[in-house]
Structures are given as structure tokens and as C-alpha cells.
Design a protein around this ligand. Structure first.
Ligand code: PHE
Length: 346
């Protein structure tokens, strides 16, 4: 009997502590202390006990009953308190503005990237993406840079260590320009097409305020019938006005690239001094932003397009440079600095 009483006490205590609402608590109360409750049933058997044990068991039974009653009362209060707290919370002033989570935003590099893509999408260009680790073939060979061509020197190429792989030594590099994607795409699709390719490029350069060994470019090219040099200049003029503002001017000088003929370089009027001359543009009023030209017939032939039937223009611009020009930053390295004090200014 003693054991049974203690067991009932333990069962009741653990159930009471775990009860989650008042209804459950009432059920527990009935289950133990009700007319047919477990404790009540046990007490009914008291009369069968030998006379000398009755006072002792009686005291234990009373103790257990009052412990269970106390526990029920305490848990009941707790539950009522929680309910009140819940109601209180629900009627708190809901017009007080909440705590605003601080939202991040796109990196200035990405913002500019999307702006550029938008302008060219409007002109019917499609955006494409390609590998940063490249082969000599796409970075040079297809683009009319034969193995001994001096223009290869201008590309300050980073070669990958391929000694432990099957690749031919000296053939696997980090792409030095996004022009690699001319060959990769033109080999696969048939003209006419208009493509832009934004992406990261790498060159073996000493880093300073206006040079990095890793920077962004974007390439654009169009192949169709009767494409002219004027189409290229018109497209670039439209782009800089859309991107920097209608008042921006563009000027072209002649240049030389192995993969375009004729070639040009494009300068925009300095966004800082509006062309008057300042330290940003080295007093010239102009900032160089791009290279371009008519796709060389050899390049078209290398990808299986007949240059007698199709012509194309191509251009490449330093996307990182466009970003610092647009936001008038004085150091390219700020773009790869993860400092929030810089990034939060955009
Ligand atoms: N790829 C050249 C560079 O990185 C730019 C360019 C692209 C020039 C397309 C002409 C045509 O300097």
C-alpha cells in the first residue's frame, strides 16, 4: 500500500508539471482525486489494513493528497498567468512601428552589371556567360593571335600549373579578356546574333588605384548581313548616353587589335569635370573606356562563318572602370574591399 501510494504521487506530480492548459489540469485532478480517482480508490482500501498500520498509512495518504493539491494549485496559477501574459501581449499597442530588419543590397559592381545588361537587352542583345579558366585556343588562337604574335605580350597572361594534369603545358590560362566568348559562342550558333558577355578577367599586373590583376569586362558583338563600322559607333554612343546620362559624349581614336579590323578605342567625356579637365581625367577631359572594331575575317573563318556573307562588330569594355567612373571613386581596389562602411554608401 505504501508503495502504491508513492507511485500514485509520482505519476500525478509528473503529469501536473507537464500539463499545458487548465483543461488538462482538471482532467488530471479528476483522474487522481475524483470520486473514482486513483488516490481515492486507494484510500478506500485503508479499511482492510491491520489496525496498527492505519495511523502511519493515513498520515502518508494525507501528505500525498495535500502535495498533489498544492501542485495542482501552483501549476494552475502558472497556467493562468501565462494565459494573461498572452492576452496582454495580444492587446499591446500594435500601432507602434516594428523593428525594421536591415536589408542588404546589390554590390555596386552587380548594380552596374544589371544596368549594362538592361541597356543592351533593349537593343536585342542576349547575355551569355563562360569559363574563367581558358585554353590558349579561345583566348588567342581563334582570335587571330598566332603563337608568335607580339600582341600576346599586351595580354599579361597568367598560366596555370598543369604539370599534374593531362593538359598541355602553357595551354591552360586564366582568361585575359572576355573576347574568349566570341569563339566559344560563334562556334555554336549561326548568325545573325547579338551577344553580350560580362565576366571576370585576369592579368599579371601590379595593382594600384587604376589597375588590378582581377577585374571585370564586358564584351559585346553582333554578326549579321551589312553590319558596318558606323553601327558599332552608333551602338556605343547610345550605350554611354543611356549609362552615364544624355549629356555624355564619346570620341573614337584608331587602334589595333589582332581580332578586329579596323579597330577603335572609345573615350567618354569625363563625368567628374564634364570635359573641362580635372585630375581624374589627367586634365584631358576624356577617359578611355573601351576597345572595339569590325570582327576580323580570320576570326569569322576560324569559327566557320563565311566573311563574304556575314560581317560583325565587337567591343570590350572594362566594367570595373565603368563602375568607378559612374560613382566617381578614385580607387579600383575599393570595389573588392568588403568594408561595410564603403558598401553602405551605394
Ligand atoms: N579584348 C580587348 C581587350 O581586352 C577589347 C576588345 C574587345 C577589343 C572586342 C576589340 C573587340 O583589351
Amino acid at each position: 500500500m505504501e508503495h502504491e501510494l508513492l507511485k500514485v504521487k509520482n505519476d500525478a506530480s509528473s503529469l501536473i508539471i507537464a500539463a499545458e492548459d487548465e483543461k488538462e489540469l482538471n482532467e488530471i485532478k479528476l483522474d487522481f482525486l475524483g470520486r473514482n480517482g486513483k488516490l481515492t480508490q486507494l484510500l478506500k482500501r485503508m479499511k482492510d489494513l491491520p489496525e496498527e498500520r492505519k495511523p502511519e498509512i493515513g498520515r502518508l495518504a494525507n501528505e500525498i493528497i495535500s502535495t498533489v493539491e498544492d501542485l495542482l494549485a501552483t501549476r494552475g496559477e502558472e497556467l493562468r498567468g501565462e494565459k494573461k501574459e498572452k492576452i496582454k501581449r495580444a492587446v499591446e499597442d500594435i500601432t507602434i512601428p516594428g523593428v525594421k530588419p536591415s536589408l542588404g543590397h546589390l554590390h555596386p559592381m552587380s548594380q552596374v552589371l544589371f544596368d549594362v545588361i538592361d541597356v543592351f537587352k533593349g537593343l536585342g542583345f542576349q547575355a551569355a556567360d563562360g569559363p574563367e579558366i581558358e585554353t590558349d585556343r579561345y583566348n588567342f588562337e581563334i582570335l587571330n593571335f598566332p603563337k608568335d604574335h607580339p600582341a600576346r605580350d599586351t595580354q599579361q597572361t597568367l598560366f596555370l600549373d598543369t604539370r599534374k594534369s593531362k593538359a598541355t603545358s602553357g595551354e591552360t590560362i586564366l582568361r585575359t579578356h572576355t573576347s574568349t566568348m566570341q569563339g566559344r559562342i560563334m562556334e555554336k550558333i549561326k548568325p545573325p546574333f547579338r551577344v553580350i558577355v560580362p565576366g571576370k578577367v585576369f592579368r599579371y599586373e601590379q595593382t594600384d588605384a587604376s589597375h588590378g590583376f582581377e577585374f571585370w569586362q564586358f564584351e559585346g558583338y553582333a554578326v549579321d548581313k551589312n553590319i558596318t563600322f558606323t553601327n558599332l559607333m552608333g551602338t556605343l554612343d547610345y550605350f554611354v548616353r543611356k549609362f552615364f546620362g544624355e549629356e555624355t559624349k564619346i570620341k573614337f581614336t584608331s587602334h589595333n587589335f589582332p581580332f578586329t579590323e579596323p579597330s577603335l578605342e572609345g573615350y567618354v567625356s569625363c563625368v567628374v569635370c564634364k570635359g573641362k579637365g580635372c585630375s581624374f581625367c589627367k586634365q584631358s577631359g576624356w577617359v578611355e573606356v573601351l576597345g572595339g572594331g569590325m570582327i576580323h575575317p580570320n576570326v569569322l573563318r576560324n569559327v566557320g562563318i563565311d566573311p563574304a556573307e556575314w560581317q560583325g562588330f565587337a567591343f570590350g569594355t572594362g566594367l570595373s572602370r565603368l563602375v568607378i567612373l559612374k560613382y566617381q571613386m578614385d580607387d579600383l581596389r575599393l570595389l573588392t574591399n568588403p568594408d561595410l562602411r564603403i558598401l553602405e554608401q551605394f
